[in-house]
Design a protein around this ligand. Structure first.
Ligand code: UT7
Length: 316
């Protein structure tokens, strides 16, 4: 069996903050943020909005789009680094909100690469026959782990959730053709929180060596794209849509330059959402969800803390 995406949905917090609305004490500017990152605004969760509540709305929207009932869902995977609680898994909270009482629900932790890691797990469950229909969700409230006095990180991130419904089907020429995930823990210090449950019993704040992360993001994006094309006997011209993780438009433009892909085929949404970590790819897909289904070869690329990175080729 093969798995295919049959529905896409998203959810954003109600509060949208433009660069010019950031606290004056940060001593930043719309000009600096936009020139260095392409970001114009970000959505930030209110106290009543959580990763699970955003993930639930994204999942409901994806189910509506797919015209699939919650009864058909036998697997829920939430990719997140900002779950509601230390435990239980945020996926079980989503399961509860959707009133699903069968199947399995668990989280995947691969930070900005989380959505592709979760997609790979769900695809493997479907290919092995363990699951028939899965919800794969990327959801984050990074605003809760930002140091709002550190302008080098807090302006870069936003909150949100995106979801896809993944369904089993028998046509091997459609759906997820390949999904590859990678990690290299030697780089774990480059993008890390200053705290954690077992390290120091705290949540911690995001700490990043921006320049190093930038350099490796370009390298890993390009390396995994080349590998994906080779494995699937495709040329760069064969790619109809490329959806990279949305951290910085300069990283994406560098990838466009070195890979030779036509820039019109590359989706950039970072200006609207900032970096939403695991939510960025499904949120981007949701922006063009009706067009996505008319594309033949769609490539997803991610890179994040760990380092972790990954790629997926989907035929619609
Ligand atoms: O999702 C995981 C992946 N994450 C990423 O991909 C992020 C990768 N890294 C980046 O996107 C970029 O490295 C940043 C956007 C984080 C930073 O851009 P940069 O061109 O590498 O800037 P920088 O860190 O070298 O800082 C340049 C200057 C510094 O001032 P001085 O020391 O040159 O006087 C910073 O203090 O910009 C200053 N700066 C700011 N100025 C205004 C840093 N943040 C800000 C700010 N507003 N928000």
């Amino acid at each position: 069996m093969n798995s295919e995406i049959v529905g896409i949905g998203a959810a954003l917090p109600s509060k949208c903050i433009k660069n010019s609305q950031l606290p004056r004490e940060l001593n930043t500017s719309d000009e600096w943020i936009f020139q260095r990152t392409g970001i114009r605004q970000r959505y930030l969760a209110a106290e009543t909005e959580t990763t699970a509540s955003l993930a639930t709305v994204a999942a409901q929207n994806a189910l509506l789009h797919a015209k699939i009932s919650t009864n058909d869902i036998d697997l829920i995977i939430v990719a997140t680094a900002t779950g509601d609680y230390t435990f239980p898994a945020t996926a079980t909270l989503v399961q509860k909100s959707l009133q699903i009482t069968h199947g399995a629900a668990f989280d995947v932790s691969a930070v900005c690469s989380g959505f592709i890691f979760a997609l790979d797990v769900a695809d493997s469950f479907i290919k092995s026959g363990k699951s028939q229909c899965a919800l794969v969700i990327g959801a984050e409230t990074f605003s809760r782990i930002l140091d709002w006095s550190d302008r080098s990180t807090c302006v870069l991130f936003g909150d949100g959730a995106g979801a896809v419904v993944l369904k089993s089907q028998s046509d091997k020429h459609r759906g997820i053709q390949s999904c590859k995930i990678y990690s290299d823990g030697r780089f774990s210090d480059y993008l890390i929180t200053s705290g954690g449950i077992s390290a120091n019993r705290s949540i911690g704040f995001v700490k990043m060596h921006g320049r190093e992360v930038f350099k490796y993001a370009v390298e890993k994006f390009h390396q995994s794209l080349k590998e994906l094309l080779k494995d699937n006997e495709l040329k760069i011209e064969d790619v109809d849509l490329l959806v990279p993780h949305q951290a910085n438009s300069r990283i994406i433009n560098k990838l466009i330059e070195i890979s030779g892909i036509d820039e019109k085929k590359v989706l950039i949404t970072v200006q609207k959402h900032a970096n939403t970590s695991a939510a960025s790819i499904p949120l981007a897909l949701n922006e063009i969800r009706d067009d996505v289904f008319s594309k033949r070869n769609v490539v997803l690329l991610s890179m994040g803390a760990g380092f972790t990175w990954g790629s997926a080729l989907i035929k619609f």
